[in-house]
Write a protein that binds this ligand. Structure first.
Ligand SMILES: Nc1ncnc2c1ncn2[C@@H]1O[C@H](COP(=O)(O)OP(=O)(O)OP(=O)(O)O)[C@@H](O)[C@H]1O
Ligand code: SF4
Ligand SMILES: [Mg+2]
Length: 358
């Protein structure tokens, strides 16, 4: 089976002016040599600390940003090489849902206008726009009488459903969800996630699901990709990534998740130091300044993403690293959740401490 989406050596560097009078030019290496594939119907969750390049990658997949180099192939067609007309047609297949549905919906347009606009743009459902708008609302669990209402008349969860309905209007095959449920209350989050899963089954959709919350990822993903400083360090199906993480960074992230068995947890791995600047990443392995297993080779050679038995990892010593052991604990669950949140929420660096491993 050929992949729905194939990303090949994708690079996005942002040149920015720094220094006195903005004279010094630096390159922010937001996405640096990323390659992966995604099949129809799969949900790839993209995780990693704030600023590691998740949203940039999401935008590159729709060519909302032009890449510095590399290719994005969708159903065998190179998105990066398309003319503006070809690109407009191709965008029907790939849609994006953002964190804040309020800013992505036009406040002056009714729900009907919001849903009909993409239909008209792509010449779809000619002569039955209203009927199609009602069908789309029904797909996301909203009644037809909402058609004449405006975005400000809805709750956050309802607005996100309207955003999803608009994305579905053009019958896409892939939806990039950038923190699509992060701003919603937990119970509404669960409803929207269940809706996305239901739609995936009914319409054979594929998702790239960018998320901070590993509990959400565990629920929705079929595959998980872990990013660090613009690069993919691990990519595997959900089960093998959660049960046997190979990269020390993934091991540290997962060690913060509470296990379903009360009193059991993975031994917590604390990462030392802050994430280095994407304008000046460390030589060799980018994770080496925080890695408990770093050796001389790690500063010299860039570890390539190696696929072994369907599980890809970029670490020179992945097969000799130890997976942190499961131990008993009396630690309060909430405190662990708090640490997890900190690990993923950018501005707060991961708490300092002694690194532990089995
Ligand atoms: N337009 C831009 N110009 C310059 N730098 C940018 C631009 N967009 C993103 N960056 C930088 O690229 C890096 C990756 O940003 P990106 O938004 O992709 O991260 P992210 O993983 O989505 O983070 P978050 O979890 O906070 O949303 C960051 O260092 C960011 O500051
Ligand atoms: S390559 Fe070296 S520094 Fe990088 S993750 Fe592996 S052991 Fe750590
Ligand atoms: Mg982002």
């Amino acid at each position: 089976m050929s992949a729905l989406l194939r990303v090949d050596k994708l690079v996005k560097h942002f040149p920015v002016q720094r220094g006195l009078f903005g004279r010094a030019k630096v390159l922010i290496r937001a996405v640096d040599d990323l390659s992966f594939e995604l099949n129809a119907g799969d949900t790839m969750a993209l995780v990693g600390e704030s600023g590691c390049g998740k949203s940039t990658l999401g935008r590159l997949l729709l060519r909302l940003l032009d890449a510095t180099s590399g290719q994005v192939w969708f159903e065998g067609q190179d998105l990066m090489a398309m003319s503006a007309t070809q690109l407009r047609a191709a965008r029907r297949n790939v849609q994006m849902i953002f964190q804040d549905p309020y800013s992505s919906l036009n406040p002056r347009m009714t729900v009907e206008q919001t849903l009909v606009e993409p239909l008209a743009l792509h010449g779809l459902a000619e002569g039955r726009h209203r009927q199609r708008a009602i069908e789309l609302l029904d797909l996301v669990g909203l009644p037809a009488q909402y058609l004449q209402r405006y975005p400000h008349e809805f709750s956050g969860g309802q607005r996100q459903r309207i955003g999803i309905a608009r994305a579905l209007a053009v019958e896409p095959k892939l939806i990039v969800c950038d923190e699509a449920v992060s701003a919603l209350d937990v119970s509404i989050q669960a409803q929207v996630i269940n809706l996305l899963q239901d739609l995936r089954q009914r319409l054979n959709l594929a998702y790239v699901f960018i998320a901070h919350d590993l509990a959400v990822v565990k629920h929705i993903a079929s595959h998980v990709a872990v990013m660090y400083l613009g690069q993919m360090v691990e990519y595997a199906d959900k089960r093998s990534l959660f049960e046997a993480p190979r990269h020390p960074y993934t091991q540290a992230l997962l060690s913060a998740i509470p296990l379903p068995v009360p009193g059991l947890k993975l031994q917590r791995v604390f990462l030392q130091g802050d994430v280095p600047s994407p304008s000046n990443p460390p030589s060799g392995c980018r994770f080496r300044t925080r890695c408990p297993y770093a050796q001389e080779l790690c500063a010299r050679d860039v570890p390539q993403l190696k696929l072994v038995e369907g599980h890809a990892v970029a670490c020179h010593f992945w097969d000799t690293n130890h997976v942190p052991a499961v131990t008993t604990t009396t630690e309060v669950v909430n405190e662990r959740l708090l640490r997890l949140q900190q690990a993923f929420s950018g501005s707060v660096s991961v708490q300092q401490g002694t690194q532990v491993h089995a």
